[in-house]
Design a binder for this molecule. Structure first.
Ligand SMILES: Nc1ncnc2c1ncn2[C@@H]1O[C@H](COP(=O)(O)OP(=O)(O)OP(=O)(O)O)[C@@H](O)[C@H]1O
Ligand SMILES: [Mg+2]
Length: 241
């Protein structure tokens, strides 16, 4: 479903991805953890084609992402939801219009259908009343949840979450993790989640990966991570737990 093989990416002299390889099976939930600044957000941006690798293979649903033309890219993005680390809402559009945007761009839904669908995802993130507000009128956590609603509004089969629980209070954070788990279990979505929260990872992951120095140190079910004999894995996850 998602296939990365020997991916390299540098920014200037900084080698951020250094032979990164991993696969995510259909319906699988992979969680990527790792030090701040290691390149986790960069990985997600490669999967959705916002960044191109210097070399290596990146395939989603059998298609080589860096080689897609604009039309195929639109098709792929229709089926791929992306929650940006910093919400990335459009400031001059209301919450409703921000969330409706992917529907307007990639479907021919009627206004009534759009209204219903936007209402549905707003309820999922507990923001039913924020419809008419503008991003600048929302708290950071609320913006994050609007970003999440926008990522989910096209019912994508693949979802990339960049720190879905960051900036949320513990109760909301738990509720978002639970929602992610439900999407995964009930709709069989394939997902890659970047998080610093072991609680979130343990809850939503089939496998947790530690990403550091350009590649994965380990990718294994949460229980195996905690009993890993690899010193670096013990060190990192003992701190993060
Ligand atoms: N478009 C870009 N141009 C230049 N450098 C970039 C670009 N995007 C990311 N970087 C650099 O790549 C490195 C990895 O960034 P990235 O945002 O992926 O880190 P991260 O692992 O997501 O960190 P955090 O946990 O803090 O979000 C950083 O040093 C960053 O400055
Ligand atoms: Mg990041």
């Amino acid at each position: 479903m998602i296939h990365l093989k020997d991916v390299h990416k540098s920014f200037g002299s900084q080698h951020v991805l250094d032979g990164l390889s991993f696969d995510v099976a259909e319906g699988e939930s992979l969680v990527i953890m790792g030090p701040s600044g290691a390149g986790k957000s960069v990985i997600l941006k490669h999967i959705i084609g916002l960044l191109n690798p210097d070399s290596g293979v990146i395939e989603v649903e059998g298609l080589s992402v860096p080689d897609l033309d604009a039309r195929s890219m639109r098709g792929l993005r229709r089926n791929m939801g992306y929650l940006f680390q910093h919400a990335a809402l459009i400031n001059w559009l209301s919450v409703f219009e921000n969330i409706a945007l992917p529907l307007r761009e990639t479907t021919s839904m009627s206004e009534a259908e759009i209204k219903e669908k936007v209402g549905e995802v707003l309820a999922l993130v507990h923001l039913e009343t924020a419809n008419e507000k503008f991003p600048s009128e929302l708290s950071g956590g609320m913006q994050k949840r609007v970003g999440l609603a926008r990522a989910l509004v096209t019912d994508p089969g693949i979802i990339l979450y960049d720190e879905p629980e960051a900036g949320l209070d513990p109760e909301m954070s738990h509720s978002i993790s639970r929602m992610m788990l439900e999407l995964h279990q009930e709709l069989n979505t394939t997902s890659v989640t970047v998080t610093h929260s072991w609680r979130c990872a343990r809850m939503v992951a089939d496998r947790v990966a530690l990403f550091e120095k350009g590649k994965l140190v380990i990718a294994a079910p949460p229980a195996e991570i905690l009993s890993s004999p690899i010193p670096r894995v013990q060190e990192f996850f003992n701190i993060e737990k």
